[in-house]
Design a protein around this ligand. Structure first.
Ligand SMILES: NC(=O)c1ccc[n+]([C@@H]2O[C@H](COP(=O)([O-])OP(=O)(O)OC[C@H]3O[C@@H](n4cnc5c(N)ncnc54)[C@H](OP(=O)(O)O)[C@@H]3O)[C@@H](O)[C@H]2O)c1
Length: 258
């Protein structure tokens, strides 16, 4: 992607050390932003920094060790961003967890709580601190990485999908509450070829792609391009909305395979 749509902006990307988050951080750097990547493991962040340095860009790169499920980590990351870069224009709530596979009735409380804490409350806590530190006075854009799982039923990851559906609703609610200063939008990706999803796509890629109207799975770049759009002035009159990026998976007619 070419252009300087985010020139001089400061963007915090949770889960920015690999996969979709790193792809977004790369695209933001290319678009002229300073990027702060946050995740739990310092070594992953250090490797991500090396990858980001290979992307042409003159913005600063900062890494912060943080667990999105710990509100005090959100507060500390935002404080560090403000003290080192002086502003926080874009927040990407990207990191998520899925500790349980199975039907809803088999779900235990600890894993149910962990999923809500990271995926749903995490989004709220990080948005709150970004709002308080910068966006309430200066404006900004929040980009929430949800999932098409928030729109459909799946036999194995129903609780994770329920938190993704909650993210889509919270995107609308926060758009209402934080306007006109901040815009809040979401991306709902279908299957994206990251390490997280490798066990799902690798063994069945030909079958999965044959069913899709666009005949391929998603890439981190597909999501990153949309994330640049939602962070930039190009989407200035858009808030509370969800961009579904799924190669057409959710427009398949019922009962038709390909
Ligand atoms: N891949 C897909 O097919 C797909 C489809 C739809 C939606 N999504 C969504 O896209 C987002 C990113 O997924 P991905 O496929 O890129 O995953 P990934 O490749 O596994 O990357 C996850 C990132 O999040 C970090 N992370 C995980 N748990 C964290 C926590 N509790 N606190 C802070 N950081 C944490 C990881 O680093 P550390 O391990 O160092 O913490 C890593 O940087 C998620 O919200 C996921 O639900 C993915």
């Amino acid at each position: 992607m070419n252009g300087r749509q985010l020139d001089g902006r400061v963007a915090v990307v949770t889960g920015g050390s690999r996969g979709i988050g790193l792809g977004i951080a790369k695209a933001y750097r290319e678009a002229g932003a300073h990027v702060v990547i946050a995740s739990r493991k310092a070594e992953g962040l250090a490797a991500a920094r090396e990858e980001l340095l290979r992307i042409k860009g003159d913005g600063e790169i900062h890494e912060v060790v943080a667990n999105v499920g710990e509100p005090e980590d959100a507060e500390a990351c935002v404080a560090e961003t403000m003290s080192s870069l002086g502003r926080l224009d874009v927040l990407v709530n990207n990191a998520a967890t899925n500790p349980y596979m199975g039907d809803l009735l088999g779900l235990d409380l600890p894993r149910a709580e962990k999923t809500v804490r990271v995926n749903q409350y995490g989004m709220l806590a990080w948005t709150r601190y970004a709002w308080q530190a910068w966006m309430s006075e200066h404006g900004g854009a929040v980009v929430n990485i949800a999932s098409v799982g928030g729109l459909i039923v799946d036999p194995h990851i129903g609780w994770y999908n329920a938190t993704k559906a909650a993210m889509l609703h919270m995107t609308r609610q926060l758009a209402y509450e934080l306007g006109p200063m901040a815009r809040v939008n979401a991306i709902a990706p279908g299957l994206i070829k990251t390490e997280l999803a490798r066990a799902v796509w690798e063994p069945r890629e030909p079958v999965l792609t044959a069913r899709l109207p666009l005949r391929r799975l998603g890439t981190v770049e597909d999501v990153a391009h949309a994330a640049v759009f939602l962070a930039s002035e190009a989407s200035a009159w858009m808030t509370g909305q969800t961009l579904v990026l799924d190669g057409g998976a959710t427009v398949l007619p019922i009962g038709v395979d390909a």
